[in-house]
Design a protein around this ligand. Structure first.
Ligand code: ZN
Length: 240
């Protein structure tokens, strides 16, 4: 069994299709989504329909929540708010309802999935260092948990203490706990513009990251054509 973990798609159809094709070539048998299907990019409806049609385990992201609600976006970063307002208008009531009903945490096989953290999933906290990861580990009852939200692939490990190791191929050891950020399909922020996802191979107990070039020019042009904030197009190429 080879399970693909993917998320923070953020309505980037070109990146999503590239990841799905790569997964097929990599012999992926199952898919699990860490949320944020919509927001920022120009194809929320298309991406939502693809992911919904896959009928896979998925958790809710903060953009999924904001796009499916009708609450004010005033306190949010203005660019994200503008994109979310646009996204709300480009989803049907029924699509928004599907997003609204997504669960916050799921257990799949021998691992847990959450968009942000397990200690307070509804607070959407960002895990950027081992200290942030520590509070999550106190609420993590499987030895492996996958998450997203920061759009930066990271691997935190708890043994005698918590440490961060390189986001490369990781062999999961049974006596340790792992909190793994699987990066972002549609808007990576680690300085590398290529779409990111991870594959967990249950036989070899290995988690590996995939980085893929995709048709970023088309994604950028769609942002411009949709009259979404132009900075959303430039940040894609910067990987920020
Ligand atoms: Zn996100």
């Amino acid at each position: 069994m080879r399970i693909a973990l993917f998320g923070d798609i953020h309505a980037n159809l070109e990146a999503l299709n590239t990841v799905l094709e790569d997964g097929e070539q990599q012999g992926v048998t199952d898919w699990v989504c860490t949320g944020d299907v919509v927001g920022y990019n120009a194809n929320p409806s298309e991406c939502l329909e693809i992911v919904r049609g896959m009928d896979i385990p998925i958790v809710k992201g903060n953009h999924d929540e904001d796009a499916s609600g009708s609450h004010s976006l005033e306190n949010m970063n203005p660019i994200a708010a503008e994109a979310l307002d646009w996204t709300r208008q480009h989803l049907s009531d029924e699509q928004r309802e599907w997003l609204r009903k997504l669960r916050m945490v799921r257990q799949v096989q021998d691992f847990t999935v959450v968009h942000s953290t397990l200690d307070q999933p509804q607070s959407w906290n960002y895990v950027t260092n081992k200290f942030d990861a520590m509070s999550n580990f106190n609420y993590q009852f499987t030895n492996l948990c996958f998450h997203g939200h920061t759009h930066v692939p990271r691997v935190f490990v708890r043994g005698a203490r918590v440490k961060e190791v390189a986001a490369e191929s990781v062999v999961i050891e049974e006596n340790l706990k792992y909190f793994i950020n699987i990066g972002s399909v549609g808007q990576p922020r680690d300085g590398d513009w290529r779409a990111c996802y991870a594959i967990y191979d249950l036989e070899t107990k290995t988690v590996s990251f995939r980085r893929l070039e995709y048709d970023i020019g088309t994604s950028q042009q769609k942002i411009i054509d949709a009259k979404l904030p132009e900075s959303l197009a430039s940040r894609l190429l910067e990987g920020r």
